[in-house]
Design a protein around this ligand. Structure first.
Ligand code: GLU
Length: 509
């Protein structure tokens, strides 16, 4: 590539970031970094009616959590600042004026009431070639009237004049040649009455001014593409236009349509990167982060929604993705979202993660559950013992709290049916053996030794170790789960083991 690759993610700060949006960030980022280029975050906040306080901060926080840090952004600054379109307001007018002068745009003076009336009159009304001459604009009115209206500061917008009977096309990196019939495209507003540009004008002007070489965005923007191509043609020349790619949708688990926030609520899984609290309704939509996903896993699973490297490999670090990513391996079709698979990715990343780092991540969950951790080393050890069994960070609470405190609930119902005096005698003696074993400096014993002792005692009582293991496990952890029983005893040590045996014996009497 001759010029430096520059890509942008250009969200409107209207709410939480859907995983489709984060995947758009990711593909832009991977492409840029693969080509040693720049990734720009530009906030497209020209539609003040849709502006939601906190949304921009949320977007920046989500990107930071994912490790997809922009080279240029409102926060990081950069040579093309400002990166918030509302702060660039003054830059757009000259381009709208240029379009007027060239005859590619026109003034429209219709009031909201005029437009409403027209919409009522004509079903599916579009302000386009079909109806523009019936409206109040500089194409339908005489020059004198228009000059007068302008002189009197009559509120007006500037609309693009979409040409008739033309084909507008673009070469989409994913979809190939895509063409549109201009007769189907309406005369979009470019500059609003308050002087603010609309998204259509601002996106083209800023992509030009910020020297964007590739514009990858969601498939939902494809219908807007003909307006953007026309604006490129009229303002800067098509040879200046970035390469476009419209990324495939992320679909509902059953493949029927786009995955929505509501699907997540209905099916009980997150669709936002991080928790988002809507300041207007004060309702919170759960995020992957707060559900206990690791950013490494989130990025990995997003990359696989619509891309693969051509092999069966599924686990990729961000660095590996940067190295291997290419747009020609992005699929055209939508990618079905599978939450079970998403959790599997997280489980794999939990297994890979260093125990100390993992301990730091799970500690807040223990704090929130009011489980006291006296020694960090002990937590690190426990995390290593149970991580194979955890897919989400809160799983560490269910899988490991018994290492820190006597289980709140003991599943006595699973012991009781096969419980008898012989077993009771066995456990009474086991507790006595452990009590005797304790001496100054002796608090535990290696798992293998404990197991041998246990088996010898079982045979003395004429019991099979197999019938004793389940009751023992339940006494120690509360239920039928957890790592090897003797590893647990070794870790929680003799004193706690004795206390748990005695507690269960009481419950069983
Ligand atoms: N502002 C648009 C959005 O909210 C950006 C679309 C584009 O990338 O052109 O997603």
């Amino acid at each position: 590539m001759d010029s430096k690759v520059r890509v942008r993610f250009a969200p409107s700060p209207t709410g939480g970031l859907h995983l489709g949006g984060v995947r758009t960030v990711l593909f832009n980022y991977l492409f840029a970094k693969h080509h040693k280029g720049d990734f720009i975050l530009r906030i497209e906040d020209t539609d003040q009616t849709r502006f939601v306080p906190g949304a921009e901060q949320y977007i920046q926080d989500t990107l930071a959590w994912c490790g997809l840090v922009p080279d240029e952004s409102p926060l990081h600054g950069g040579p093309y600042a400002p990166y918030r379109q509302s702060e660039r307001k003054a830059m757009y007018k000259e381009y709208a004026d240029k379009l007027i002068v060239q005859g590619n745009a026109y003034y429209a003076f219709d009031t909201p009431e005029d437009l409403d009336t027209k919409r009522k009159e004509i079903p599916n009304f579009q302000y386009s070639r079909a109806h523009r001459m019936e409206m109040k604009n500089s194409l339908s009115l005489s020059k004198e009237v228009v000059d007068d209206l302008l002189k009197n500061n009559t509120p007006h917008v500037i609309r693009i004049k979409v040409p008739e009977n033309e084909e507008v096309s673009l070469e989409d990196v994913i979809r190939g040649h895509v063409s549109f019939d201009t007769n189907m495209v309406d005369d979009k507003v470019l500059l609003k009455a308050d002087g603010m540009p609309t998204y259509h004008l601002a996106v083209v002007v800023d992509d030009y001014l910020m020297k964007i070489t590739h514009a990858f965005r969601g498939e939902e923007w494809l219908p807007s593409a003909p307006v953007h191509v026309l604006l490129w043609k009229y303002l800067f020349g098509l040879d200046q236009m970035p390469a476009w790619a419209h990324l495939p949708l992320i679909l509902k688990p059953d493949g029927n349509g786009k995955l929505s926030k509501r699907d997540g609520e209905r099916l009980g899984f997150p669709v936002f990167g991080m928790d988002w609290t809507d300041p207007n309704t004060n309702t919170t939509t759960i995020g992957f982060k707060e559900r206990g996903f690791l950013p490494e896993a989130f990025v990995n699973l997003l990359a696989m929604l619509g891309w693969n490297d051509g092999t069966d490999q599924e686990i990729f670090s961000l660095d590996e993705l940067i190295e291997k990513f290419s747009m020609d391996r992005v699929h055209k079709g939508g990618a079905k979202f599978d939450y079970e698979k998403a959790k599997w990715y997280n489980g794999e990343w939990i297994k890979k993660m260093d125990n100390e780092k993992l301990a730091n991540l799970v500690r807040p969950y223990f704090d929130a559950a009011e489980i006291e951790i006296h020694e960090n080393n002990y937590l690190v050890k426990v995390v290593g013992l149970v991580k194979e069994r955890c897919q989400l960070l809160p799983d560490f609470i269910t899988q490991a709290s018994f290492y820190f405190q006597i289980p709140k609930q003991i599943d006595i119902a699973s012991i009781a049916p096969k419980w008898d005096e012989k077993k009771r005698d066995f456990f009474v003696e086991l507790a006595a053996i452990y009590t005797n074993a304790m001496a100054p400096g002796v608090v535990s014993a290696p798992a293998a030794e404990l197991e041998l002792e246990f088996k010898q005692l079982a045979s003395k009582h004429d019991l099979k170790p197999g019938e004793l293991m389940l009751p023992f496990r339940i006494m120690l952890v509360g239920g039928k789960f957890g790592p090897g029983v003797f590893e647990i005893v070794e870790t929680i040590q003799l004193k706690d083991t004795i206390a748990r045996i005695e507690h269960s014996l009481q419950l069983l009497s």
